[in-house]
Design a protein around this ligand. Sequence first.
Ligand SMILES: Cc1cc2nc3c(=O)[nH]c(=O)nc-3n(C[C@H](O)[C@H](O)[C@H](O)COP(=O)(O)OP(=O)(O)OC[C@H]3O[C@@H](n4cnc5c(N)ncnc54)[C@H](O)[C@@H]3O)c2cc1C
Length: 464
Amino acid sequence: MADTAAQHEQGFDVVVLGAGSGGYACALRAAQLGLTVALVEKGKLGGTCLHVGCIPTKALLHAAEVADAARESARFGVQATLEGIDMTGVNSYKDGVVERLFKGLTGLVKGRGITVVEGNGRLVAPRTVEVGGTSYVGKHVVLATGSYSKTLPSLSVDGEKVLTSEQALRLDRVPASVIVLGGGVIGCEFASVWRSFGAEVTIVEALPRLLPGEDEQSSKALERAFRKRGIKALTGTPFKGVDVTETGVRVTVESGDAFEAELLLVAVGRGPVTEGLGYDEQGIALDRGFVLTDDRCRTNVEGVYAVGDIVPGLQLAHRGFQQGIFVAEDIAGLSPTPFEDSGIPRVTYSDPEVASVGITEAQARDRFGDAVEAVTYDLGGNGKSQILRTAGFAKVVRQKDGPVVGVHLVGARVGELIGEAQLIVNWEAFPEDVASLVHAHPTQDEAIGEAHLALAGKPLHAHS
Ligand SMILES: Cc1cc2nc3c(=O)[nH]c(=O)nc-3n(C[C@H](O)[C@H](O)[C@H](O)COP(=O)(O)OP(=O)(O)OC[C@H]3O[C@@H](n4cnc5c(N)ncnc54)[C@H](O)[C@@H]3O)c2cc1C
């Protein structure tokens, strides 16, 4: 590190702006490769995922699973009663998980010799980030400023009755009723938590189905399961407006119908945090606020990269990790191979879970016409799923006489199966390759094995 201009300018191999999943992964890998790194963060190391995203929501979902297990214990012959949800206790469990991981990450970043710069950074020259009067000059700069909860023009978030996901995570009570605006991943996960905690839940979604990016069969299965759980999913229902009332909110939809609840969660997507940070002024190409890159995460400005949620595509923490690592290796001259978004696994951790990797059956038919085969193996035939009393399926899509191009899973805990599925899709395995591998019994993994056996023409536990 070279200090110049009386501490007002410091030079590094890499300056990373934003220490969320994308930014800190880049910093860690770059430091591992022997590069000097400055990591600029105005909030906390770990960003959205660790503090207000993946980790706290999954802790809530686990507490929700425990509540369901207690409520439904009689189905397993166990006598227990659910006395109630103590949100102080739930929040302290959730915050404890976040705090432990935050400490671990802070230690990791320190241990790698990364210079953490606390404060609001701004790109003041193509290779310079300024924080509080000091310029951090990088041979390379990585933009990783993440995303924020979007809202709609006709909707004002007050943090009391109309909430973003960040605010919902801080709620100190279980609402009696909630309307969730948006049936994407975040909306479905919160709907699932609140229902398990005992709230009346209605999802309002303009598109024709929940999780519209998933295979249609997965959306249908989730909607069915939600209906059985008493979650109302109003799909194909565009939102019109909301009035805050004395007792809560009154949401009106385009058809004129109105729905009342104690709270409204706004989960209509996440926008890029790029405004006012100097990107525009430095000539970085943007599209509706998102930073445009090539498949090597390079922006149009020499030496400036972008990773994570600010880059158009899947807004997932592990995509950010992958891009961050990729950029560090690219800078270090290791020539990593670009990765396609469709090979990135996706999981919605609701009950039931929905997981997928690769392309949907509809996308496969668009791409290959009739040369597509799909098999859906019902979890009804899977021993472990019956033990768990969960319903769902493992669906595998292959190119005819070719590799598996998509795996789609629905059911409790199926998110844990996506590891095998992503190897199959990304290694372009043929069903015949997978069919010859052994899956432990009884596991839900066997459902993936059975689907491949069926596609390879030798179904085992399947009725013809
Ligand atoms: C409720 C919720 C649940 C989610 N669940 C999952 C999940 O289960 N799995 C999953 O894969 N993804 C999940 N995500 C998405 C995941 O959190 C994001 O994809 C991921 O955090 C993106 O990483 P990032 O590095 O691009 O940005 P972020 O994590 O948003 O980090 C950006 C960082 O940049 C900092 N920053 C911004 N501007 C400046 C500035 N000017 N100066 C200094 N610092 C700045 C911010 O403070 C922040 O720390 C969830 C998101 C939400 C909201």
